[in-house]
Write a protein that binds this ligand. Sequence first.
Ligand code: BTN
Length: 249
Amino acid sequence: MDRGTLERAAAAAGITAPVRWDDVTTSTNETAMRLASEGAPAWTLVAAGHQTRGRGRAGRTWTDRSGRALLLSVVLRPAFDPERLGLVSLAVGAAMADAVSRVAGLDARCKWPNDLLVDGAKIGGVLAESELDGPAVRHVVAGLGVNLEPPDDVAGAAGIGGVDEETLVTTFLRTLASLLEGGSHGILDAWRARADTLGRHVEATTVDGTVVLGVAADVDADGALLVDADGGRVRVAFGDVAHVAVDHR
Ligand code: BTN
């Protein structure tokens, strides 16, 4: 990716908001959150060739191979209530899984809540950060990292290889715009269609540390994962899941 590729992709997707490119930055999410607080309009794009302090979910870091990853943050101002913001992550994940599948010819899948997988290996992830104004959402920054080639030091990471990045980003932005305009049913259906988690045995750890074992049955209207556990259906609104192998002997 480079500045010209980003600008052409934004124009092809009909984006008229500002586009910001840095060869090297700390974190595109950090920059986008600052620009959004300063009033940057919805669909402002921030991308970079390399991040020195890339942010991952749950306080983790996100490492990239310099020049061989898509590192993109999008400023959004969705009309969602704060408790429904999980839908934004699902929309971003589904839009990119769809774009990777169409443009790179790979069967990209979504692992709840926001990992992108190809053949079970993580090729990317989504980090949505938000600023609230009382009960309303002031802005959301949807940050997306996709490896073309994985960094050396991240176990289990994979990449999508060489790809037409302009077409990939254009396709992603168009699909994301249409999902966000369409509302929650379309987002949930798009995510379900690309889900890797549904139907699998999972071990879900909620943010308060509770561990739930069961089968991932569905996502609800807010994007929370519904897990059928021994004691009944459990709703996991935030947290992580591990797909677990089950011995059927
Ligand atoms: C995760 O899987 O934990 C989410 C990773 C999100 C990484 C992207 S890269 C672009 C954007 N800027 C960041 O600092 N993080 C996100």
